[in-house]
Design a protein around this ligand. Structure first.
Ligand SMILES: Cc1cc2nc3c(=O)[nH]c(=O)nc-3n(C[C@H](O)[C@H](O)[C@H](O)COP(=O)(O)OP(=O)(O)OC[C@H]3O[C@@H](n4cnc5c(N)ncnc54)[C@H](O)[C@@H]3O)c2cc1C
Length: 273
């Protein structure tokens, strides 16, 4: 029997090789843009700015992808957690394009994503398992797939650095001020950028206490070790479709589960409030 290993608090995804960080370059005291936070938002912003010739410096409190970006289930979908949004319809194709252009090795596969429900359907739509005694069938195949999110974030960071951005890890921004000029402080260091992008996710209130307070959303997530092809075939997921279910037949809905880029099987339950 395998011994269970617990790494509580560590990202579940392998980090891979270190970044060719350029923190030891002299950092301009007045970059065009200071980006705070190096998750998917911060690294992608740095890359897109650099492609347009705009100098940015990313300040990251820990390491790149230390926040949610290195811990997601890796599900790629067009719509957001809050449902579809007007004019948001090129997320999946945009991700595919940038991964190809920057040659990011992140196991992006886009076979579509199966939406499932708990009822009987024609046999070709049925999955070979039940959930709390209820049958499970595929109702839709929506645009999407899976990605290794740590590798994606690290790849975006590498691409941003290649294009001219500076990424400084272990550089927590401790203060933002607007008078007499816009400035950020990193410990005792003071920077006066032209613009500031706050990409700190839920940590925003720590920097801007006057911002509208965020309400937390509790997520329980767990993942198996990567599953082999035989195990995936036994549960009808050998074609590689992640599975998404937003329903009410389970005690804590909405919940979703999926397999990820390296055949890891994950389940997460989310409850607002
Ligand atoms: C369990 C879980 C599963 C998820 N699954 C999915 C999924 O399957 N698909 C999907 O699309 N989304 C998923 N999400 C959502 C997704 O992870 C986030 O929307 C996304 O990663 C947010 O990226 P970000 O760059 O905005 O934030 P983060 O990745 O959280 O990055 C914020 C960064 O800011 C840094 N920071 C904070 N304060 C400071 C400071 N003062 N100075 C400097 N740096 C600072 C942090 O260290 C962190 O690295 C999931 C989220 C969770 C928690």
């Amino acid at each position: 029997m395998k011994t269970a290993r617990f790494h509580w608090g560590e990202p579940p995804w392998p980090r891979g090789s270190d970044l060719p960080l350029n923190s030891n370059l002299p950092t301009p005291t007045n970059p065009d843009v200071a980006i705070i936070g190096a998750g998917l938002t911060g690294t992608s912003t740095a890359l897109h700015l650099a492609r347009r010739g705009i100098r940015s410096v990313v300040y990251e409190a820990g390491q790149v992808a230390d926040g949610a970006s290195g811990r997601t289930g890796g599900l790629v979908l067009e719509s957001t957690a809050a449902g579809p949004r007007d004019a948001v319809n090129t997320c999946v194709s945009g991700l595919e394009r940038i991964v190809a252009e920057e040659r990011i090795d992140c196991n992006l596969v886009l076979p579509g994503c199966w939406e499932i429900e708990h009822h009987e359907a024609p046999s070709e739509k049925m999955l070979p398992w039940s959930d709390a005694g209820q049958p499970v069938c595929i109702t839709k195949n929506v645009t999407g797939g899976v990605v290794q999110p740590m590798a994606l974030t690290m790849g975006l960071a590498r691409a941003a650095i290649r294009s001219g951005a500076i990424i400084r890890e272990h550089s927590r921004v401790t203060r933002i001020s607007f008078e007499p000029e816009m400035a950020i402080e990193i410990g005792g260091e003071r920077i006066t950028p032209g613009h500031i992008v706050i990409a700190t996710n839920a940590w925003i209130n720590a920097l801007l206490p006057d911002a509208p307070p965020l309400s937390s959303c509790l997520t329980f997530a767990c993942a198996t070790a990567p599953l082999d092809r035989a195990a995936l075939a036994a549960i009808g997921l050998e074609k590689g479709h992640p599975v998404l279910y937003d329903g009410h037949a389970v005690p804590m809905g909405p919940h979703k589960f999926r397999w990820a880029g390296d055949f890891r099987r994950g389940v997460s339950f989310r409850r607002a409030g």
